[in-house]
Design a protein around this ligand. Sequence first.
Ligand code: THU
Length: 142
Amino acid sequence: MSPARVAKPSKAVIDDLVAAARRARKRAYAPYSGFHVGAAILAGGRIFTGVNVENASYPLSVCAERNAAAAAVMAGKTSFEAVAVVADDTEPTPPCGGCRQVLHEFGPQMLVVAEADGGRRAEWTVSSLLPAAFDSASFRDR
Ligand code: THU
């Protein structure tokens, strides 16, 4: 089944999404890495934010994107149009591998926008970041 085409959000909407991720980043709990990340997901015209939440038991830390995804799902949204990621870096930060998999679940064609400190942006789709993804179609026939 080919993925549904999704209209790209307007520049104004993307700007709002990036601004929400940047505001959220202030709440990041990252005392171990010192790397503060904010994420904002656009789903059904609404914005859901998340930050990375670290733990003294390091592997229990959760990325900003996954916390934003949980907030959207909690509000009943399971189809995402776009996600913005803003981290403490001079280069745009792409989502980690685990987050690519989680984002793919809710929209393979979703736009991913990362903005660096200084304003430089990079854009991808989730599919381009996670080609040949494992998804529900990968085990449906069992
Ligand atoms: N982090 C995110 O929140 N999102 C990413 O996509 C990359 C990594 C967090 C996890 C950890 O708290 C810190 O950044 C350093 O890896």
